[in-house]
Design a protein around this ligand. Structure first.
Ligand SMILES: [Zn+2]
Length: 500
């Protein structure tokens, strides 16, 4: 059914309503084997080649819990400041769907493994503490592929195929408590939370958290209440939002749409919605199930989990430096302002710059090359900074060549051209392209003589004491040498020739 709601412009909606958010995030753990069987978990394998009787739910098969998955979720729970419970159980969540071969999913219901945590995020200089309700363990579903339709959705398809390779991969679900009092920052807070969570889990090292491959997926709950009201409105849940930017857009759109429904005197329907990447809108999906529809009961085929306190403390001690602490540390070491650090994080450049500094570069030079020159090229090519074919070691070497004076910034850009074009290391590119700063007096002297002869008026000004005019001559020298002259040396020589 077509959605005929008239959207209310964002600022107008926020003037009248207060948004309440909730975010549920699913993260696939990067374990070698599945949650309850020994099947491989490699992404992109031939369909239905990583399956066995357990993950296909064949009669008589029995699940066995994967210890390294439990380690992974406990680490995530600890990194999120959660309490790890002393005893809990898996629960069977019953539903029929073709991508769930057993017709139930092993999950956790009223006894999650990790509870009551928080994650702090920063938006425009303000800190928001996002409370975490629970972090629980479950298994992923398979994947349906709808063939023959225009959109890849089931509607209009000729037939559907199902791939069970993903069924049974360990999946961690992280559920926030309601996020209130964010006002017009709600979409940014949602995005900042998803960003920080991704960084955190990546740092913990238990998942590759790639949203585009589905190893991290966000469901975004949004409701509106009139300003000053105390009762929350009805929420919608937008499913499987697959990029950080989409998290922000989905929240923004739902605010504008729900305000439209409410302004027209209507009621927001509690339902699942789908985010449409192409238009930035959400469309109505199935009406939301209630917990009772799933007929949860304790999973009879698995023993309860009772992680010992010693084990939990060992895992806590094994946690690496977490993103917030790391940001504070590098900020001190590099002496950068909050805004610049935020830009670095947003550009995905923190790891790259830190690695470049470890390779011997000055922090300022490392930041300059990654954040200006290389960011610009990544944007032009529409790729992540990290996927440019240039390494931190290359950038450190270019920085060293500039620092020792054998190339200048202009030549450095040409060195990056060569490295990015696959011509080799910075030294090889310098060699092949002949990119050396010319500071030799003889070579530079003859170019300067030509430039002086070609610009007699400017030369006279310098002779007459207007030393600033020499800049134009330096520019002409740089042009004549295609950027290879040592500009400082050229300036010295020009002034020497014209004033002595
Ligand atoms: Zn299996």
């Amino acid at each position: 059914m077509a959605d005929t709601t008239t959207l209310v412009p964002y600022d107008e909606a926020l003037a009248k309503y207060e948004p309440v958010l909730g975010i549920e995030t699913h993260i696939e753990l990067g374990t070698k084997t599945k949650m309850f069987c020994g099947c491989a978990t490699e992404f992109g394998a031939e369909p239905n080649t990583q399956v066995c009787p357990v993950c296909l739910g064949l009669p008589g098969s029995l699940p066995v819990t994967n210890r390294s998955a439990i380690e992974g979720i406990i680490k995530i729970g600890l990194a999120l400041n959660c309490t790890i419970v002393e005893w809990c159980r898996f629960a069977r969540k019953n539903y029929f769907y073709p991508d769930m071969p057993k017709d139930f999913q092993i999950s956790q219901y009223d006894e999650p493994l990790c509870v009551d945590g928080y994650l702090e995020v920063e938006v425009e200089g303000e800190t928001y503490r996002i409370e975490i309700e629970r972090v629980h363990m479950e298994e992923d579903t398979g994947k349906s592929l709808h063939v023959g339709g225009a959109t890849g959705r089931i509607h209009g398809a000729d037939f559907s195929l199902v791939d069970y390779n993903r069924a049974g991969i360990p999946l961690v679900e992280i559920v926030t408590k309601p996020i209130v009092a964010t006002g017009d920052k709600a979409p940014l807070v949602a995005r900042a939370y998803a960003t920080e969570l991704r960084e955190l889990v990546r740092a913990v090292g238990v998942s590759d958290v790639r949203m585009e491959q589905g190893s991290m997926r966000c469901d975004v709950n949004v409701s509106l209440m009139p300003k000053g009201a105390s009762e929350w409105g009805t929420r919608t849940e937008t499913k499987n939002v697959n990029s950080l930017r989409s998290v922000e857009r989905a929240v923004r759109f739902e605010i504008e749409r729900q305000a439209g429904v409410l302004d027209a005197g209507g009621k927001v329907i509690q339902e699942t919605r789908h985010f449409q990447e192409a238009t930035g809108t959400t469309t109505s999906g199935r009406s939301k199930e209630e917990a009772q529809d799933y007929r949860y009961f304790p999973e009879p085929d698995l023993v309860p989990m009772a992680p010992s306190r010693e084990w939990v403390e060992q895992l806590r001690a094994s946690l690496p430096e977490l993103p917030a602490a790391r940001r504070r540390r590098v900020q001190g070491e590099w002496g950068v302002a909050d805004k610049e650090l935020q830009d670095i994080v947003n550009a995905g450049a923190l790891d790259l710059i830190e690695e470049t500094v470890r390779e011997g570069a000055e922090p300022a030079a490392a930041r300059k090359w990654w954040m200006n020159e290389l960011s610009r090229r990544a944007t032009e090519q529409g790729v992540d900074l990290a996927s440019l074919p240039v390494t931190p070691a290359d950038v450190a070497r270019v920085g060293a060549l500039v620092a020792e004076g054998s190339i200048n910034d202009k030549l450095a850009r040409q060195v990056f051209d060569g490295v990015l074009a696959g011509e080799g290391t910075p030294d090889e590119v310098v060699e092949k392209r002949g990119l050396k700063v010319v500071s030799d007096e003889g070579q530079l002297g003859s170019v300067i003589d030509e430039v002086i002869a070609a610009n007699p008026d400017i030369a006279d000004k310098v002779r007459g004491g207007k030393v600033a005019a020499a800049g134009a001559l330096v520019g002409a020298v740089m042009k004549a040498t295609r950027g290879q002259a040592d500009a400082g040396r050229a300036r010295e020589l020009i002034i020497e020739k014209l004033t002595s």
